[in-house]
Design a protein. Structure first.
Length: 340
């Protein structure tokens, strides 16, 4: 705010200098009128978009219960949806001030992925993510969802969840745990000695396989074109998983991806469809200096793999590319079936 008077003084001095250079009265009058018009346009009060959330007493009562019975417990509010409702959940959270998964800002790389995962709540994947992120309560608003959860709980209890409060189509569920993670098939790390890494653009991709987590390959995001990182191995390996280690750079993870393979290192064919990558949220809690993203692929014997950051399409989530300026990798790791 203190800069406003300084800007106004500078603008006044500039206007005075311009008028002093004009000799005729007519020219000064025209210049003064133009300056006045500029001030008028700059100060014009535009119409702001205002949305008043239709909050009901049941929604407020849920957060009153949280404040009294579960202070400090992290909360997820469902359904995840529009930025307007994310803002409404933030308003509701002022009743208890508990940590809240929901929110809205200009930088929300995980938004599209989380909307997809939690739209399937309470399936095993969503429950495992909640447990790993130490989210203790889920506040569900049945009147905002296409399928009721609170009503279903009244007739059929759900594993790993316990209803602690309900009222006016809103209920609070306590997260008791999650189904165990399916076992991972035996695998081993593929040695990258002799491998060659190239990128469609950006810095030298060799930094992504030099064994040094401090070095970094980065590529700018061009939404209208694919970007990619290619790994050419000296010999074929039955690769089943690609790990992208990101160091501390959470925002570098590929928000969506496709993995291609090639027989000659030039012509590529997709191994996977375009997928939303799981953001390294678990790593932010447990090891924020060594974040990583795993890209699962069908077991494929190949010497040429390409991790593609696809261009925007009409089917891309509307906020997928929001404030996404670049993606990058500190180290690439490939894993193959252990019995190979």
């Amino acid at each position: 705010m203190s800069s406003f008077p300084a800007v106004a003084i500078l603008a006044g001095l500039g206007a005075d200098a311009v008028l002093a250079r004009l000799r005729s009265r007519h020219a000064r009058a025209v210049a003064a009128a133009l300056l006045a018009l500029i001030v008028l346009v700059d100060c014009w009060r535009t119409r702001f978009y205002v949305w008043v959330p239709p909050l009901n007493s049941g929604q407020w009562a849920a957060h009153t219960w949280v404040a009294a019975h579960a202070p400090g417990v992290p909360i997820l509010e469902l359904p995840l949806g529009s930025p307007e409702w994310q803002g409404a959940y933030m308003v509701l959270s002022s009743r208890d001030w508990n940590p809240l998964v929901n929110g809205h800002s200009g930088f929300d790389p995980a938004g599209p992925y989380l909307r997809g995962v939690f739209s399937r709540f309470p399936d095993p994947d969503s429950l495992r993510l909640l447990a790993d992120l130490k989210v203790g309560l889920v506040v569900v608003h049945d009147d905002l969802r296409p399928g009721p959860i609170c009503l279903r709980l009244e007739f059929r209890p759900m594993p790993y969840l316990s209803e602690t409060w309900s009222g006016q189509k809103t209920c609070i569920l306590r997260v008791l745990g999650a189904p165990p993670t399916p076992p991972t098939p035996p695998e081993q790390l593929v040695a990258l000695a002799g491998a060659r890494l190239t990128g469609s653009a950006g810095d030298s991709a060799a930094a992504a396989a030099d064994g040094d987590l401090a070095t970094h390959w980065v590529q700018d995001i061009v939404p209208t074109a694919d970007g990619w990182l290619q790994i050419d191995l000296p010999e074929h390996h039955p690769v089943r998983r690609i790990r992208l280690r990101l160091g501390p750079h959470y925002g570098d993870y590929p928000r969506h991806y496709r993995v291609d393979a090639s027989t000659d290192g030039v012509q590529c064919a997709p191994l996977t469809p375009v997928r939303l990558a799981e953001p390294p949220l678990r790593g932010l809690l447990h090891d924020p200096g060594d974040l990583s993203v795993d890209l699962e692929i069908p077991v494929t014997s190949t010497a040429h793999l390409r991790v593609v950051r696809p261009a925007r399409t009409k089917d891309s989530p509307v906020d997928l590319f929001s404030n996404w300026l670049h993606w990058g990798v500190h180290e690439v790791e490939l894993y193959e079936a252990a019995d190979s």
